[in-house]
Design a protein around this ligand. Structure first.
Ligand code: CAA
Length: 258
């Protein structure tokens, strides 16, 4: 039996997903993404999961879309299949938070997959880049859109047009990653962060994610209204009562995620 392309584990209320094609630096093909999307959807539907971590191995988070698979495709092949739509696109609609824990290469589709997650924790050996230009193409999985939103136009243009890589320090300075940790601490740090999130009230976590993402989709006035209405909505939850009561009682809240 062939080994699965995604390792799926749980750590308490955290779902851990590990890309598992080490021989090709976790190059992403349709099969990997379909398996990943299915695993993520299973965690999304599981009331016992509050957050997810997506990781690779020490050498590579993912070195991009699978070049060997794409090499012979024609325009009609990719257009008719809507390559990078379908399961690939579906990941952006996940409502629970996903942390990308990136060690080694996060290039092309790998960098784009990390950026599609809610935030990136990088190991000190991480390398980010959008090298598609060197292959005669351009980023096709969000790189030209999410990278400038994360690091600004100048650095995004530099990376997309030259195809150069940036290291973890540069990525953190530029705002692409939220924290850098020693490579051997990466998974623990990401799981700890996900555990903190998963202990919060799930409705507030989901609404917080939706509101922050709205900042990149709509005008400031619309987004502020969207935020305020979601803030109002949380006053209908048991967890708001519990969270505020626990603060007043000087104890830890016991959230029921409802
Ligand atoms: N697709 C398919 N196979 C890949 C791959 C990819 N993106 N990246 C690496 N591999 C394979 C290599 O072909 C090699 O396989 P073999 O052992 O069978 O030869 C194996 O992984 C190990 O890679 P290297 O020997 O090249 O390892 P290295 O340490 O010398 O170099 C690297 C590492 C700099 C990351 C180099 O592998 C590389 O440049 N990879 C391609 C990066 C890239 O161009 N990514 C963008 C892809 S296009 C894309 O992603 C489009 C999009 O927007 C969705």
């Amino acid at each position: 039996m062939s080994e699965s392309l995604i390792k799926v584990e749980t750590r308490g209320r955290v779902g851990l997903l590990t890309l598992n094609r080490p021989k090709v630096l976790n190059a992403l093909n349709n099969e990997v993404i379909e398996e990943l999307a299915q695993a993520v959807r299973t965690f999304e539907a599981d009331d016992n999961i509050g957050a997810m971590v997506l990781t690779g191995n020490e050498k590579a988070f993912a070195a991009g879309a699978d070049i060997g698979a794409m090499q012979s495709w024609s325009y009609m092949d990719v257009y008719k299949a809507d390559y990078l739509g379908g399961h690939w696109e579906s990941l952006r609609h996940i409502r629970k938070p996903i942390i990308a824990a990136v060690s080694g290469y996060a290039l092309g589709g790998g960098c784009e997959l990390a950026m599609l997650c809610d935030f990136i924790i990088a190991a000190d050996n991480a390398r980010f880049g959008q090298p598609e230009i060197k292959l005669g193409v351009i980023p096709g999985y969000g790189g030209t859109q999410r990278l400038p939103r994360a690091v600004g136009k100048a650095k995004a243009m530099d990376l997309v047009l030259t195809g150069r890589m940036m290291n973890a320090e540069e990525a953190e300075r530029a705002g692409l990653v939220s924290r850098i940790v020693a490579v051997d601490r990466l998974l623990d740090e990401a799981i700890e962060a996900a555990t903190v999130i998963a202990a919060m009230s799930l409705p507030s976590v989901m609404m917080a994610k939706e509101c922050v993402n709205r900042a990149f989709e709509a005008s400031l006035s619309e987004s502020l209204l969207f935020e305020r209405r979601n803030f109002h909505a949380l006053f209908s939850t048991q967890d708001q009562k519990e969270g505020m009561q626990a603060f007043v009682d000087k104890r830890k809240p016991d959230f029921k995620h409802s």
